[in-house]
Design a protein around this ligand. Structure first.
Ligand code: ASP
Length: 323
């Protein structure tokens, strides 16, 4: 082989080594979910589908516009999750499911990928937007997770909007409990992940929990690393599904770890966890994720997940059922 040919070969080898699997960074990206579960299209009327899609689109537009305006990822995920909490269609905030003994006990978390700051509340029944109480815990307290009465008192002292517990009563969820007292329940939750134009990642998740859960039960949502995680070096993840399994498999952090230690793409990491580990168990559900390049993943092992996504390159969509 002559010298020039050798040089060319060397150049090509070096070049291929330099190519990462995800080379182009998008200016911003966002994904959100409104819960996953085994749902069949036939269970929904056309009007139901239209309402869910409109709710997802509204939350997506809110997040997209905020990112385009240069808002920080942590502000965007809070804003979007607040909007989904206020929408009674989704199992978080207004619209939360009931515990076995007829209460509403809400969980929420938020995490800032810049500095691994995180905050969460669990088992609260009088805070209008639990995600904002989670942010308060993250920013104003030296703690990560506050529960029940202590979380409510802290929120009240810091001017977070409080409501009477009857605010969370919706007829639809009450009837779901009545049905579930005979059968098993289904999943719900809301969440958002975002990459902002400064390259920062954030995640937030909020839920009424599992329908018919035991009073006092806490799910994966407020457990950092289980249902919620964000790290600028890897990705931001928000999960939805059967929380006990998401806690045992530390799902959100596991996805981040596969990226950090094994160099997986976000899609490979999410699939390995959601369609591998989790689906081998009864861990029904899904995740949304975005990595530091702005690549979004929407992975599920159930037949549906209310979801929406967008990025600065114009990829955008809203979907409910598994394609
Ligand atoms: N993961 C939530 C929980 O276990 C419920 C859900 O996402 O449907 O509390």
């Amino acid at each position: 082989m002559n010298y020039t040919l050798k040089l060319l070969l060397l150049f090509l080898i070096v070049l291929s080594g330099c190519q990462t699997k995800e080379p182009v960074k998008k200016e911003w990206a966002i994904a959100l979910h409104g819960g996953a579960g085994n749902m069949d299209k036939s269970q929904f009327s056309e009007e139901d589908i239209r309402l869910y899609e409109a709710g997802l689109q509204q939350a997506l537009d809110l997040g997209k516009n905020a990112l385009k305006d240069g808002k920080a990822a942590v502000d965007v995920v809070e804003l979007v999750v607040q909007n989904l909490e206020d929408n009674p269609l989704f199992n978080a905030g207004k619209g939360s499911v009931f515990t076995n003994d007829g209460r509403n006990e809400l969980d929420a978390a938020i995490m800032d990928g810049r500095n691994l700051n995180a905050g969460a509340v669990a088992g609260v029944g009088d805070i209008k937007n639990p995600v904002s109480a989670a942010r308060l815990v993250m920013e104003k307290s030296p703690h990560v997770l506050l529960i029940g009465k202590g979380a409510s008192v802290y929120a009240l002292q810091n001017n977070i909007e409080m409501v009477d517990s009857s605010y969370f009563y919706t007829e639809k969820r009450w009837q779901t409990l009545q049905r579930a007292l005979q059968n098993a329940g289904k999943n719900g939750t809301v969440g958002c992940v975002a990459l902002d134009s400064e390259g920062n990642l954030a995640a937030a998740t909020s839920t009424g929990g599992m329908n018919n859960k035991r009073y006092g039960r806490v799910g994966d949502v407020p457990i950092i690393g289980a249902g919620t995680y964000a790290n600028n070096n890897t990705c931001a993840v928000s999960a939805t599904g059967h929380g006990e399994f998401f806690i045992r498999y530390t799902v959100a952090h596991d996805i981040s770890a596969l990226i950090e230690y094994k160099g997986y793409t976000i899609a490979e990491a999410a699939t390995a966890v959601v369609n591998g580990k989790l689906s081998n168990e009864a861990g029904n559900g899904g995740v949304i994720g975005v990595n530091k390049y702005g690549n979004v993943t929407l992975a599920m092992n159930s037949t549906g997940m209310f979801r929406a996504w967008a990025d600065a390159n114009g990829d955008e969509g809203v979907a409910i059922f598994k394609e």
